[in-house]
Write a protein that binds this ligand. Structure first.
Ligand code: NAD
Length: 491
């Protein structure tokens, strides 16, 4: 019905029908309330979508659980083919999806949003390849006995953030679907649109009713109820560490298995033997891309004393060269707005704290042009930072970087590890032995030698310390979405 779809005209003139309901059992349904999603570039509402409350979460979980009865009989090969078809369907609509994400999340179409959609299609294809390779082992035992292990899918709740609306969701739904799970996925209340639009493609690709359910809603209501739900076997979450700790408590209701991808404050170390131009290039990309709204952003840059001044000069030059702030639909723009007013205020308050705590502002608002309306923040570089400063310790989640000096390799590593987080770390050195020695000592789930934030879906991803539990991507994702049964055979 028309009430479940609403027409949107994108700034490019592209017009389409956006689903606004809750996607349960391959059907769109309404609820008692709606909420608005805003365009962060204009601060104006785009559209209202139906909100999931407790009742709709219950319906979605029931749908996912019921779906297993028939879904488990479907051949893994056929599940793989559906994932391949889904990839093709999505790729054919790259323009629409990337423009929609630009509208809802503020990411520039050309430099960010398209890459996200291509990445989702790629990951669908990668996971399609796993669908018929989910198998166990045969373990020989004494006295001619043996055991076999089999892997079983789960009924999973997935809760995702706004910074990569479809792409972060894909890190969860692609492997889950490949493993034969049925899922209920909750988008961020900030960016519900692309996942809703995607749901129709999932149905078109042939997935059975109830296998893939999408709900829009708020963390404290739909999110919390999902995390507490005793009808789920597992909850997978990406978002802040503060929310991650709450989800862990909620998930304890029925001892759900849990994977958490949380916040970060990733250090990038520049040693005296580094290629400083390369270091400046990657450091600029690694902190400013997506307006710094990256869990693995290299938000701290630690530079060895003897190359500090030279590096800072190159870094400043590079950031000015790389980033054009403005309308995400402008082809030249590389840096869009932050997601909302709360995030804008938070980032601005950290910029104030940096100044108040005595860091030197090397680059900031006066060095860039940007629109006065919308949640735009220009790239900021702070120099002369020290370990205790809030801008060095706390996740800002914006285009703000804290640069500090260290003397010895030992001091550099100690400062890099002096954080509650452990998601990623980057280091620049041309010395092979040093690079690997330091990579070994850094407390982080991913270490990049001579690059930053160029992760690949074939490689496991996740956090040490308070950055999370479990590893997504690569072969590891299969462990996240299956449970093992051991069958003893005495024959
Ligand atoms: P957030 O924690 O506020 O929200 C994430 C999701 O959790 C949203 O869908 C939200 O509705 C839901 N939620 C909020 N409170 C909840 C509750 N009590 N129970 C259940 N669900 C709840 O995070 P955000 O602001 O959307 O995203 C930014 C954060 O995400 C940053 O800290 C960033 O580092 C982190 N992040 C991490 C990764 C990673 O892979 N490690 C990736 C992207 C973002």
């Amino acid at each position: 019905s028309d009430e479940l779809y609403q027409e949107i005209t994108l700034p490019t003139g592209l017009t389409f029908k956006q689903p606004i309901g809750l996607f349960i059992n391959n059907e769109w349904i309404k609820s008692d309330s709606k909420f608005e999603t805003l365009n962060p570039s204009t601060e104006e509402p785009i559209i209202s979508v139906y909100e999931a409350g407790v009742k709709e979460v219950d319906l979605a979980v029931e749908a996912a659980r019921n779906a297993q009865k028939e879904w488990r009989k479907v051949n893994p090969d056929d599940k793989g083919k559906m994932l391949l078809k889904l990839a093709d369907l999505l790729e054919a609509k790259t323009d629409l999806f990337s423009q929609l994400e630009a509208l809802d999340s503020g990411k520039p179409v050309e430099s960010n949003a398209k890459a996200d959609i291509f990445a989702v299609a790629d990951y669908l294809r990668y996971c399609a390849g796993w669908a018929d390779k989910i198998h166990g082992k045969m373990i020989p035992l004494a006295y001619n006995r043996f055991a076999i292990t089999k892997r079983y899918p789960l009924v999973v709740g997935q809760i995702v953030p706004w910074n990569y609306p479809l792409s972060m969701s894909s890190w969860k739904f692609c492997p889950a679907l490949a493993c034969g799970c049925s899922i209920v996925i909750k988008s961020s209340e900030m960016t519900p649109l692309s996942l809703l639009l995607f749901a129709d493609l999932v149905k078109e690709a042939g997935f059975h009713p109830g296998v893939f359910n999408v709900i829009s809603g708020f963390g404290k209501i739909a999110g919390q109820h999902l995390a507490e739900h005793t009808g789920l076997d597992k909850i997978a979450f990406t978002g802040s560490t503060a929310t991650g700790t709450k989800i862990m408590q909620s998930a304890s209701s029925n001892l759900k298995s849990l994977s958490l991808e949380c916040g970060g404050k990733s250090p990038l170390l520049v040693f005296d033997d580094a290629d400083l131009e390369q270091a400046a290039k990657w450091a600029s990309f690694g902190i400013m891309y997506n307006s710094g709204q990256n869990c693995t952003a290299n938000s701290r840059v630690l530079v060895q004393e003897s190359v500090y001044d030279k590096f800072l000069e190159l870094f400043k030059k590079q950031v000015i060269e790389d980033w054009i702030v403005g309308d995400p639909f402008d082809k030249d723009v590389t840096l869009g707005p932050l997601i909302n007013k709360a995030q804008y205020d938070k980032v601005k308050s950290y910029i104030g704290k940096g100044k108040a705590e005595g860091a030197t502002l090397v680059l900031g608002d006066k060095d860039f042009k940007f629109p006065s309306k919308g949640y735009f923040v220009a790239p900021h570089i702070f120099g002369d930072c020290t370990q205790k400063m809030a801008i060095v310790q706390e996740e800002i989640f914006g285009p703000v970087v804290a640069v500090s000096k260290f003397k010895t390799e030992e001091e550099g590593v100690a400062n890099a590890n002096d954080t509650i987080y452990g998601l990623a770390a980057m280091l620049f050195s041309k010395d092979f032995e040093r690079a690997h020695r330091v990579a070994d000592l850094l407390d982080a789930g991913s270490v990049y030698i001579n690059s930053s934030n160029d992760e690949d879906h074939k490689v496991p991803f996740g956090g040490f310390k308070m950055s999370g539990i479990g590893r997504e991507l690569g072969e590891n994702a299969i462990d996240l979405y299956t449970q093992t049964k051991s069958i003893y055979c005495n024959v």
